[in-house]
Design a protein. Structure first.
Length: 181
C-alpha cells in the first residue's frame, strides 16, 4: 500500500498539498458533492471541524462527480457553493474520481487500507436499488460523503458509510479516541 502522506494532492485553488502537510493531525477525509441528498452533511462537517480544530483535527473535502453526476461544477463553483451555503472553512481539494479505474491514488490507498465500512450500509443500498441505481460493493466507495478517519500517525483508523452523519456518536467517538492518543 502507498504511504498516504507521500501521495500528491491538489487543492481546489490549484495549490499543491499532501497529507504530509497535515502531519500529526487527526483527519477526516470525505468525498463530497453539491447536488446530493447528503449534501446537508456539509453543515455537520463544518461544525465538527470547528469544534475539534484546536485539538488537532481537520476535515478534508474531496469533491467527486462519480455518483449520479452530483458534483458537476467547476472548482470555482464548488468552492463558492460550499462557502455561501454552508460556511465551509475546512480544506477542499480538486475534483477527482474516488471509485473505478480512474480513482485518484489517495482513494485507492484508503480503500485498500480499510476495505469495509462501518455504519448502516444495507438500508442505503436498498434505497438506491429502489431508485433503480446500483450502489458499489466494498471495497469501493459506496456513495458521496463516505468518511475515512486517519490517525495522527498517518494510519487509517476507520471508515464510515455515507449515511453516517458527522455528528453520529459512532464517528464522534472514533474522532475523540484518536485525538486522545
Amino acid at each position: 500500500m502507498a504511504d498516504l502522506a507521500s501521495i500528491p494532492l491538489e487543492r481546489i485553488d490549484g495549490k499543491s498539498d499532501s497529507l504530509a502537510d497535515h502531519a500529526g493531525k487527526v483527519l477526516l477525509v470525505v468525498n463530497v458533492a453539491s447536488k446530493c441528498g447528503l449534501t446537508p452533511q456539509y453543515e455537520g462537517l463544518e461544525a465538527i471541524y470547528k469544534e475539534y480544530q484546536d485539538k488537532g483535527f481537520e476535515v478534508l473535502g474531496f469533491p467527486a462527480n462519480d455518483f449520479g453526476a452530483q458534483e458537476p461544477g467547476t472548482h470555482e463553483e464548488i468552492a463558492e457553493f460550499c462557502s455561501v451555503n454552508y460556511g465551509v472553512s475546512f480544506p477542499l481539494f480538486a475534483k477527482a474520481d474516488v471509485t473505478g479505474e480512474a480513482k485518484q491514488p489517495l482513494y485507492a490507498a484508503l480503500t485498500e487500507a480499510v476495505p469495509t465500512k462501518q455504519g448502516d450500509v444495507a438500508s442505503m443500498k436498498e434505497r438506491f436499488k429502489g431508485y433503480g441505481m446500483t450502489p458499489n460493493d466494498d471495497p469501493e466507495v459506496l456513495w458521496n460523503f463516505e468518511k475515512f478517519l486517519i490517525a495522527r500517525d498517518g494510519s487509517v483508523a476507520g471508515r464510515f458509510a455515507p449515511g453516517t452523519a458527522p455528528t453520529d456518536p459512532l464517528l464522534i467517538g472514533a474522532i475523540e479516541a484518536e485525538l486522545a492518543k
